[in-house]
Design a protein. Structure first.
Lengths: 116, 113
């Protein structure tokens, strides 16, 4: 198993364009999370999926953001009409979580988004 | 309002000595705590965790201590090595949300040879 992978690693886009990021979790993990990290801050939660169901969304996730996990495997995060404030590192994580037990989350390398 | 606080932005330690990184939290409903290490341009790497039913967990050179009454946890690294130089994040989960981790802002550890 190669761990959590994310693509692309870097994305530069102009303000107003749409971007889409992909995350492939660890294969047996049922939960997939998206976080955003800006300079000097810790990762901030955006949303998470259990299998294909999106169970929680942060208030940070504005209407311009949408995430999917159509078959319970990989996930995509789309940002429409990007703004300069969207510039950040977007991190994906996965975990194997059973019931309400807590398990560690494993992170991918992140996608660095720069909006010019 | 920050629910997980790491009040020391940086820490410098001599190789071979103990590194102690601290973390405070405000939500008494948190029931699981984790430490992650992050190198530049990489995602956070899981180090060690502790459940609220314990007060100590060890894994090799890393030990996490939890003081629930003080809402405080700490990560001890003994002995510290230059390769430990990174940003360390404290995170917590529970408190009404089963899904996400709440992170502190991180402490940059520098271990000098």
């Amino acid at each position: 198993d190669t761990g959590v992978s994310q693509d692309p690693r870097h994305k530069i886009t102009k303000r107003g364009q749409n971007v889409t990021f992909r995350c492939d979790p660890i294969s047996e993990h049922n939960r997939l999370y998206w976080y955003r990290q800006t300079l000097g801050q810790g990762p901030e939660f955006l949303t998470y999926f259990q299998n294909e169901a999106q169970l929680e969304k942060s208030r940070l996730l504005s209407d311009r953001f949408s995430a999917e996990r159509p078959k319970g495997s990989f996930s995509t995060l789309e940002i429409q009409r990007t703004e300069q404030g969207d510039s950040a590192m977007y991190l994906c994580a996965s975990s194997l979580t059973i019931g309400f037990s807590n398990y560690e989350q494993y992170f991918g390398p992140g996608t660095r988004l720069t909006v010019t | 309002d920050q629910q997980v606080k790491q009040n020391s932005p940086s820490l410098s330690v001599q190789e071979g000595r103990i590194s102690i990184l601290n973390c405070d939290y405000t939500n008494s409903m948190f029931d699981y705590f984790l430490w992650y290490k992050k190198y530049p341009a990489e995602g956070p790497t899981f180090l060690i965790s502790i459940s609220s039913i314990k007060d100590k967990n060890e894994d090799g050179r890393f030990t996490v201590f939890l003081n629930k009454s003080a809402k405080h946890l700490s990560l001890h690294i003994v002995p510290s090595q230059p390769g430990d130089s990174a940003v360390y994040f404290c995170a917590a989960s529970g408190g009404g949300s089963q899904g996400n981790l709440i992170f502190g802002k991180g402490t940059k550890l520098s271990v000098k040879p």
